[in-house]
Design a protein around this ligand. Structure first.
Ligand code: SAM
Length: 278
């Protein structure tokens, strides 16, 4: 970024940070300038700007439109993998789900939400975990909702096709052969009976939420690290209201904690903590 742009009055870069945070909750600061320049340079070319500084100027001069949203999406970090940080999945398999399933054996329905699902590896890991460990759920109404801000991530998740590197991150050979078929281009297609458990939708956590069912389990992992304190609190309040009852569970990423939120209690296990309504 040239010094001109940073010190220009007003600063186009600072304006971009402000509109990005207002619209997505993602809070960047000057230390992330390399990331902005790297990720916006391609979009600058696509839209015929000389460089990304010129694109920042365009964004400053226009009300938020689809080009802004493309730039916002470019700022998201979609890093994910199957069974990421394995401990939450072990806790779900060994403790959380057996309790919830026993409790719900009359109604026979289980609602799970991955609220920043990126390209689908997290909700599909859950779907495979359910299939492998809880055959009784075959006759239940099991619904995994997967949402993300990024339309590209949602489209990829919905497709259920992953390349070899993605497949090898987190899955065993036996899971690969059980749940995927190899395509002629070397990519892997997820089996339909796992795919159909997960429903993907674009959803921005920092604007008004659509009407949704209440969930027995919500995973919101590795996204609130990008939000500021007030946005985190706001999202946590809404998550609390989106849980069915005191037995429902919220799981965050391994480096994330709940901040002070008086409506949640923390349940500490050996390798993972999770949260429940008080
Ligand atoms: C690092 S990924 C985490 C994916 C997955 N939960 C995991 O832990 O592997 C963070 C995701 O949060 C999404 N995200 C960022 N801001 C968001 C927002 N305001 N609403 C919904 N999703 C958002 C990004 O698009 C990205 O896919």
């Amino acid at each position: 970024m040239s010094q001109d742009i940073l010190s220009s009055e007003p600063s186009y870069l600072e304006h971009f940070y402000r509109v990005l945070e207002k619209n997505t909750g993602i809070a960047l600061d000057a230390s992330k300038e390399y990331l902005v320049s790297f990720r916006l340079t391609l979009l600058a070319k696509k839209y015929g700007h000389a460089d990304y500084a010129a694109l920042l100027k365009y964004l400053f001069l226009h009300p938020v439109n689809s080009i802004h949203w493309e730039c916002f999406e470019a700022m998201t970090t979609n890093e994910t993998m199957f069974y990421r940080d394995i401990h939450p999945f072990d806790a779900l398999k060994n403790t959380i789900l057996p309790k919830l399933i026993a409790k719900k054996k009359e109604v026979k329905e289980l609602y799970i939400w991955c609220a920043a699902s990126s390209t689908g590896q997290e909700p599909y890991s859950l779907a495979m975990l359910l299939k492998e460990n809880f055959p009784e759920l075959n006759s239940w109404n099991v619904y995994i909702k997967a949402t993300d801000l990024s339309q590209a991530a949602i489209d990829k998740g919905r497709l259920g096709i992953y390349n070899q590197t993605e497949i090898l991150r987190g899955l065993t050979d036996s899971q690969i052969s059980r749940y995927f078929s190899k395509l002629t281009n070397g990519h892997y297609q997820l089996a339909e009976d796992i795919k159909k458990i997960v429903k993907f939708d674009c959803m921005n956590l920092v604007i008004e939420w659509p009407i949704m069912p209440k969930f027995d389990v919500i995973l919101l992992r590795n996204v609130m690290i990008y939000f500021n304190h007030d946005t985190k609190l706001e999202v946590l309040k809404k998550l609390n209201m989106q849980l069915v009852d005191k037995d429902s569970v919220l799981m965050l990423g391994s480096s994330e904690s709940i901040l002070y939120e008086e409506n949640f209690k923390v349940v500490q296990m050996d390798h993972v903590s999770y949260y429940q309504k008080k």
